[in-house]
Design a protein around this ligand. Structure first.
Ligand code: GLN
Length: 615
């Protein structure tokens, strides 16, 4: 157990950072379990929109670290940024708590609060995340850098102990069923409150312990204000920072604007996603424009870029956890887990559990292979990660194949999916970080980490897009049936829905209103119906929907909806392919990640050469 003996010799500061990051990830992943369910069930938005919001939110969480890293290096230092980030995230979660407390009396305000809260959490994460990771590195003086791999393994476990706790507590208090078996849409707020409290504990822990433990062996504070740094804090040659000419910065700004517009206009991405993709590509180009780069450095940077491109597909598939996989756990899964009916949001917990269980065995496996001279190169490990995630979706795809619209998937298959995905994550995520650390020329290190994080961000944006092509799931078929509509027949285009049918499908967020003025006209009617359904359900447990008791728009409007098709009920489409069912949905991930994996495997010999001796 060389890991254990080594870990005993780690500086105490590592445990402070471990604890702080643990509480922060509690807050982040705990909230992630509830976010999309809250948006769909309480704020009554569609699954499609909630997936897009989720992807944009996660993507921006990995865009702002560029800013947080920059502000820390120039002005505030790591410590202040961590405390500021922690505080902001705690405030953001508190705003989510308010949003989840008032939605039934003021839906519009609740939606506004949601966006403000997510914005604040995004900023907070940007201040927090890069700085806590870079402090782990700074704890070790030059001669102890060999301990870094183990340090990051321990730290990665802290991340996942936190994720596990958050994914247990937040669903326990926030994802609750009423006596009649329906979801308590008023409980989400307790989950957000728990997340906020966790973040406060993390921030206070760090505030109280930092001066005593987060220090160099000589007792100097680590991560203080940059103006207090003296030259001895830097390693030899490190002062040479990246300097870009005004011309290349000018070109970069123009390129960023052009690329963002191209993604928005040509590829139909929303502005947030376009900004994420645009900034990743621009920063990558900017670094390569530096004329001081040698051929070897340039080759190594290209390897970082190529790997960064491929990991996009991994995160896009992996982050389905908080959207489509949670919807499936909610609506089409038998969640009986050893006699206990798990809350759907809690199914995500298996990722955290498996990382904690397998992070050390995996790093021991690499050590063993290294000792035997058989350790694969990093790109090879990443290709394995991609292959594993493709396999995980292949297994699920085959298990949902015969479920139809009302069958239930056994929860063990989702557990298996998370097990295989976690193995993939352990081949890809910590390895990727250390690969960037090893390949990046020092003067570009933080910027190249920025590119790497931006590729994660792009993966999350893609996760949002892919999550939004989830076809209708079980409960939507049931709801439509209650309202007297054969949804399958509508989607198969074997019946022509009437204006009333289309209105009802829009009312249930199954069909999409394609026209803004129509949306404005229908909104008050939809809200009125929702209120009626809600109060009737409260008054009578056995309430059955009678479509004729609902309020409908005027006959004129209904006729117009029918003839002009301003409300559309159709299967989602991705890259020109119609997604008819869950099998086809999951196969999208199998194909994307499978193809990415095969290409990366084929590229590994070339990449190995381009790494010039680094593994
Ligand atoms: N789960 C890890 C974390 O939260 C990795 C996420 C990532 O790198 N995209 O830090």
């Amino acid at each position: 157990m060389s890991e254990v003996t080594a870990s005993q010799k780690h500086p105490k500061g590592l445990w402070v950072l471990f604890g702080t990051e643990m509480w922060e990830r509690f807050n982040f992943y705990g909230m992630r379990t509830l976010l999309t369910l809250f948006i769909v069930n309480s704020l009554m938005m569609s699954k499609e929109d909630s997936s897009l919001i989720y992807g944009g939110f996660l993507g921006l969480c990995y865009l702002t670290p560029m800013l947080g890293g920059f502000i820390a290096d120039r002005f505030l230092g790591n410590r202040y940024c961590i405390m500021l980030g922690g505080l902001l995230m705690a405030i953001g979660q508190m705003l989510l708590f308010f949003s989840a407390s008032i939605f039934s009396s003021n839906l519009d305000l609740a939606k506004t609060l949601l966006y403000v809260a997510l914005g604040i959490i995004i900023l907070g994460n940007g201040f927090f995340k890069p700085n806590i990771s870079s402090m782990v590195g700074s704890l070790y003086p030059k001669e102890e850098k060999s301990k870094l791999d183990t340090a990051f393994t321990i730290f990665y476990m802290g991340i996942n102990v936190g994720a596990f706790l958050g994914q247990f507590i937040c669903p326990m208090v926030g994802d609750v069923v009423n006596a009649d078996g329906t979801r308590d849409i008023f409980a989400f707020k307790w989950g957000f409150l728990a997340a906020s409290i966790a973040m406060m504990i993390g921030t206070i822990t760090f505030y109280l312990l930092k001066d005593k433990y987060v220090i160099t062996p000589e007792g100097k504070p680590i991560g203080g204000l940059p103006k207090n740094n003296d030259a001895s804090d830097f390693e030899e040659g490190e002062a040479t920072s990246a300097k870009f000419s005004t011309k290349s910065i000018g070109i970069a700004v123009v390129a960023f604007v052009v690329l963002t517009v191209v993604f928005n206009q040509l590829f139909g991405q929303n502005w947030i996603y376009s900004i994420i993709y645009g900034s990743g590509l621009t920063l990558a180009g900017l670094i390569l424009s530096d004329t001081s780069l040698t051929k070897i450095e340039r080759d190594r940077i290209l390897v970082i870029y190529i790997v960064s491109f491929f990991v996009i597909f991994f995160w896009a598939a992996f982050e389905q956890a908080g959207s489509s996989l949670t919807f499936i756990a909610d609506n089409q899964t038998d969640r009986n887990f050893f006699g206990w009916n798990m809350p759907p949001s809690m199914v995500q917990i298996f990722n955290g559990i498996f990382v904690v269980a397998f992070a050390v065995p995996f790093s021991m496996l690499w050590d063993k292979l290294r000792a035997a001279g058989k350790e694969p190169t990093s790109p090879f490990k990443q290709a394995v990660g991609l292959l594993l995630i493709a396999v995980s979706y292949f297994i699920i795809a085959h298990n949902v194949k015969d479920l139809g619209n009302s069958g239930l998937l056994a929860v063990k298959w989702l557990v298996l999916l998370y097990l295989i995905q976690t193995f993939g994550e352990l081949c890809l995520s910590p390895i990727g970080l250390s690969l960037v650390g090893k390949l990046a020329p020092k003067r570009f290190a933080s910027l190249l980490f920025g590119v790497f994080f931006l590729s994660n961000a792009s993966g999350y944006a893609l996760a949002g897009t892919l999550g939004s092509i989830l076809p209708a799931t079980g409960e939507q078929f049931t709801r439509a049936e209650e309202a007297g509509i054969d949804l399958q027949a509508v989607l198969d285009k074997t019946v022509e829905p009437t204006g009333k049918d289309l209105f009802l499908l829009a009312q249930f967020n199954i069909a999409k209103i394609k026209n803004e003025s129509l949306e404005k006209e229908l909104k008050p009617i939809i809200e009125q119906n929702n209120k009626m359904i809600e109060t009737s359900k409260k008054e009578n447990e056995n309430f059955k929907l009678d479509r004729e008791k609902l309020t409908f728009p005027s006959v004129d409007t209904l006729t117009k909806i029918e003839s002009e098709k301003t409300i559309v009920a159709a299967n989602p489409v991705f890259a020109g392919f119609e997604i008819h069912n869950l099998f086809e949905f999951f196969m999208v991930f199998v194909i994307l990640c499978g193809v990415a994996s095969v290409i990366l495997f084929m590229l590994t010999p070339t990449l190995k050469k381009m790494m010039h001796g680094i593994k």
